[in-house]
Design a protein around this ligand. Structure first.
Ligand code: THU
Length: 165
């Protein structure tokens, strides 16, 4: 028996260490949390993808009374990115979230951003990975009010992923 280990390296960055472009991408992800439709979970997520041509495609989570029919912000963004720009590489994705659960109805916009970054669910990692395999690494920027983490690729967040059959 041989024990094996997987290590990942990621960066904890201070806001002033980010480039203007990355700050802009995070700002778009944050803004998208105000466009979430999440009346069931009251958890508002925004995602913004920097495309190879410099443009940004963004998305928010959209829920549904038939719960599994809803979609996460990250998949909303990457599917839009692919649909609008077939064949174009996605370079980076920024993700932000606000839990509006404690806010009275109508005051959801006052809820602050999550202090710690939220991390994409497994299905979103798998979906993003598909484009990463096609077009190269997608950097993942997880924004939190107290900490921001930068991962070099989606695969770093999804070891032993399903890739082929
Ligand atoms: N959600 C996202 O949009 N992205 C994530 O990374 C985690 C979860 C959404 C799905 C659902 O609408 C709500 O947040 C609560 O799970």
């Amino acid at each position: 028996m041989k024990e094996k280990k997987i290590e990942i390296t990621y960066k904890a960055v201070e806001p002033e260490e980010l480039s203007d472009e990355d700050r802009e991408l995070i700002a778009r992800a944050r803004e998208m949390t105000y466009r979430s439709y999440a009346p069931y979970s009251r958890f508002h997520v925004g995602a913004a993808i920097r495309m190879a041509d410099g443009s940004i495609v963004s998305g928010s989570n959209q829920e549904n009374a038939a719960y599994p029919s809803g979609i996460c912000a990250e998949r909303n963004a990457c599917w839009q990115a692919s649909a609008l720009n077939p064949g174009m590489a996605m370079k980076k994705i920024a993700i932000a979230a606000r839990n509006v659960g404690d806010m009275p109805k109508g005051e959801e916009d006052k809820a602050p951003f999550q202090a710690q970054p939220i991390s994409p669910c497994g299905a979103c990692r798998q979906s993003l990975l598909e484009y990463e395999h096609l077009y190269g690494p997608i950097e993942v920027i997880l924004f939190g009010a107290d900490a921001t983490y930068v991962f070099p690729s989606v695969s770093s967040l999804l070891p032993f992923s399903f890739t082929e059959f």
